[in-house]
Unconditional design. Sequence first.
Length: 96
Amino acid sequence: MKTGSRLLSSVCDTEVMVVKGADIELACGGAPMVDARANEIGSVATGFDGGTALGKRYVHEASGLQVLCVKPGGGSLSVDGEILPELAAKKLPSSD
């Protein structure tokens, strides 16, 4: 998976942009993400239905993969069955 790639979910409306690439398979809603969506959309698997949020970054610590959600959907992003957490915002120092 290359940096700058755009991936689509095959089971919901989720679309992500790869910020930091890694050689792993990203899934959404329990199904692998694809480069081009087919006309038929499958169903989101139970346990992978937490959804994605627009503008949030999701990270897989072990591989260094980082993706940015550019279109939200009903499926959760995962790698090898492990749901990816949102990347926490960095605290900025106070300006005082």
